[in-house]
Structure formats: structure tokens, C-alpha cells
Design a protein around this ligand. Structure first.
Ligand code: DC
Length: 226
């Protein structure tokens, strides 16, 4: 597709709704690039932990976010400076950490411009919590993915297991932590997790991965005339 018409597809929703895998596959099918905004909050939480900045300290986190040396490479790996942190940011600790740091208004303000700027690099699929509502409200196509909590927890647990990060973690704990995170993401003052008024809601609980991606691809091709 030509670069003269840059298109953004926004995908929001809670943890475990299938956003990441689906967004990746959709981007590939459409030959768009993928922007995983959760990775930015995760990288900030990791950097804060390493530098001894408390996840409760909004002003300090805002400053850290202003100069966070984060970048994504062509394979969507995440770098802080010269270190590939793609795996380090995917632990349960960093899931909670990202949710905590992302609730601070200073952090959200600091990372807004970065997300918008990254989204101008080409046509892209952008996934997060507030993409359709706040970051890119003019996106011509928006999805909000959901699934029942038990299903989302099972998916998260399977992901952790597949990455060898499930040691000492069980399904019940994963469910509990996910529900805490949903609560925090939905209740925060700035840019809470919620569907945009013009988002297409998709409950993925009883759909296969392929059904979800195909439905989204079809919507994209007809809505955006791709
Ligand atoms: O999508 P994820 O699980 O990697 O996101 C981690 C946390 O980052 C999530 O619990 C809330 C926060 N987040 C956010 O507040 N806004 C976004 N656009 C993306 C993620």
C-alpha cells in the first residue's frame, strides 16, 4: 500500500482479550506496522524499578517518561537505550508496574506525544487502552476487544507458561491480578479504559484466533477500502 494515505486502526481492551496477538496478525495481513503502547508503559515501569524511582511517584515518573530512551525495531522488539527489554517487560511484576505507573496524569501527559509521533511512521495498528478515546481519537477504524475474565486469565497464564515465566504463579493468582489491573485501568482519572463511542465491540471469548483476525481484516478492508 502506498504511504501517501496513512491509516490508523485502534485496538483497545483489557488484558487478555487477545489484543496483542490479534493486533500483530492484523498488522501483518494488512502490511501495516504494529505499535504496542502497553510496551511503553511497561518499559517505563522497568526503567523506574531499575533506577529506584517509586511507582507511586507521579512527578518523578513523569520526568523519567519525558526522557525515556525507548524504541521499537522492525521486529517490534522493545529497546531501552542499547538493551533489548522485550522479555524483561513481560513479567507479572511489570504488568502490575505498568498499570500503576500509567495511572499517573504526569506519565500519561509525558507519553502522549511520543505515542502520536510513533503512529505517524506509516499506516499502523495501534493497541492499548485509550487509543480510540484519547491518543488517536480520529482513527477511522476502532475496535474494543473483550472476553470473559476467566478466559482472559487463562490466556495470560498460558502466555506466561509459554515464555517460562509462570514459575510460582498459578491461574487463580493470574485472575486476581488481572482483575485488580482492570479495576485500576478502568477507574483512573485520566484516560480510563473504556470503548470509544464509535468503536466496534468484539467479544473474543468464544471465537478462535482466526475468526477474530478475519472479522477485523474484513472490517478493515471494507471500511477503509484497502
Ligand atoms: O497492554 P499491556 O498489558 O501490555 O499494558 C500494560 C499496562 O499499561 C496496562 O495495565 C495499562 C497500561 N496501558 C495504558 O494505560 N494505556 C495504554 N494505551 C496501554 C497500556
Amino acid at each position: 500500500m502506498s504511504n501517501s494515505r496513512l491509516i490508523v486502526i485502534a485496538i483497545d481492551g483489557p488484558a487478555g482479550a487477545g489484543k496483542s496477538t490479534v493486533a500483530k496478525a492484523l498488522a501483518k495481513r494488512l502490511d501495516f506496522f504494529l505499535l504496542d503502547t502497553g510496551a511503553i508503559y511497561r518499559a517505563l515501569a522497568l526503567q523506574a524499578s531499575r533506577l529506584g524511582v517509586a511507582h507511586s511517584d507521579g512527578p518523578a515518573l513523569g520526568k523519567l517518561a519525558d526522557s525515556l530512551p525507548i524504541r521499537f525495531d522492525a521486529e517490534s522488539r522493545v529497546w531501552i537505550g542499547s538493551e533489548d527489554v522485550s522479555t524483561a517487560i513481560r513479567t507479572p511484576e511489570m504488568s502490575q508496574g505498568a498499570s500503576t505507573v500509567s495511572a499517573h496524569p504526569e506519565v500519561r501527559a509525558a507519553l502522549l506525544g511520543l505515542q502520536r509521533q510513533l503512529a505517524t511512521a506509516g499506516s499502523c495498528v495501534v493497541e492499548g487502552r485509550d487509543i480510540g478515546t484519547v491518543v488517536l481519537p480520529d482513527a477511522p477504524l476502532k475496535f474494543f476487544l473483550t472476553a470473559r475474565p476467566e478466559i482472559r486469565a487463562q490466556r495470560r497464564f498460558d502466555e506466561l507458561r509459554a515464555r517460562g515465566q509462570a514459575v510460582g504463579v498459578d491461574l487463580a493468582t493470574t485472575l486476581k491480578e488481572m482483575q485488580e489491573r482492570d479495576q485500576r485501568d478502568e477507574k483512573r482519572q485520566v484516560a480510563p479504559l473504556k470503548p470509544a463511542a464509535d468503536a466496534r465491540l468484539l467479544d473474543t471469548s468464544d471465537l478462535s484466533f482466526d475468526q477474530v483476525v478475519s472479522a477485523m481484516e474484513q472490517a478493515a478492508r471494507s471500511r477503509l477500502a484497502l
